[in-house]
Design a protein around this ligand. Sequence first.
Ligand code: UD1
Ligand code: MG
Length: 452
Amino acid sequence: PLLDPVPQLPALYTSIGFSIIALIATLYLVPALGPTLIKANLKGRDLLKTYDTPIPESLGLVCAAVYILLLMLFIPFPFSNSFANGRMVEVKGAQYEGIAINEFPHHFLSIYLSSLLALLVATLLGFLDDIFDIRWRHKVPIPIIGSIPLLMVYYAEQGNTNVVVPLPFRGILGRLVNLGPLYYLYMALLSTFSTNSINILAGINGSEVSQALIIAISVIINDLLYLPWPIDFRIPLHLLGSQAEVEVGGVWSAGMAYGSKELVERHLFSLYFMLPLVGVCIGFMYHNWYPARAFPGDTFCYVAGMAFAVVGIQAHFSKTLLLFFMPQIFNFVLSCPQIFGLVPCPRHRVPRFDANTNLLHPSKALFMRPPAKIATLVLHIFSALGLVELTVHPKTGQILETTNLTILNFLLVRLGSMNEKHLVQVLMCTQVAGSVLAFVIRYGLAGLVYDG
Ligand code: UD1
Ligand code: MG
């Protein structure tokens, strides 16, 4: 198909420039503001070290500030085409200099502004969580409410709520199922999932920021596949999957031609939000890398998570996005018995640090009372799958202890004890492997399950 001219491409270069500024600003500001945060009592002890030096916490606030302010400064650039240079328009018979109201891409502006609003809500929530340690029952609904502006814009854009039914189920369900309001519920839940799932995959130096970095890079690679390149990159892509199966409204459908202006603009929007995030993540990672001199705090986890939900919803690729969250989904499912109170959940589930050997071992949750039947069943299943290690009473067989239900402890159970730096590297490899698999599923296997 012929590509429509895309007026926004120059803004992409500006966005790359802004990402470099984001990198430099974070590199400089994080150590500069650390002492200020310590003075404000925003500090934490590194649980997996021998020393007690207070480490400034909530540096995510600095990251969020750099990120959101740069995104605000960036607003005029994608609209530069609309700034008429002495062009005359006629409104109600009179001549004016400027642009006619219906020529301005208001929909794009509302996408942009509602996204900023969601990021601000995430910053506020994250920061409050850093200060007050908010309860789960309050933490979970807030991102859902924060995503309402996004959903409203999605609705105003006539966002799709149809799901293409995989081939084997077509006999029963037909080709398309309209989920209607359920689809909105799913998108609202996506925002609370992406924010909290990063926050609970945390506790070793570099874990939060490296997840965010790898997911952001994966989203960027995915976005680049949709840009109108001078060379036709679509050929290999076409071989991998079906060209017609673009994701429209979060579903794989044959609705929109590859390379259409609308599709390109959506992925450009996603790039505008992901590129500066990568800048911020790299800058912060330098200070958060083992041994950490700064902690991200919940603020960072919420803002990064919300940024992903924003692009997934606004650029209509929420299912592809979830594929990049495979380690987080695994960690969340594994964590459920502890989060929902079936298994005791200590305040920190980070691995146990052995100061003599400098190694991390799986940490354990202790049953003060005999576990409920359902907890016993779940833990035995987890144990059979090799996800946890149980300590059982030699006579009664009752479970006394389990390793904490996190991916970090799981990695230590499977791969044996290792030091903190090694563990974060393993975690990063897992995240990268997840993204590679995500691309294979999205562009390779989708063709087997969906037709064009
Ligand atoms: C989540 C996890 C918790 C984990 C904590 C670590 C769940 C349900 N909650 O809680 O199990 O222990 O994150 O962030 O899974 N810290 C380090 N090294 C690091 C990062 C953090 O020691 O690299 C410690 C510091 O003491 C820091 C504290 O963790 O002050 C921050 O914990 P916080 O983010 O408040 O914990 P939660 O998000 O509530
Ligand atoms: Mg946290």
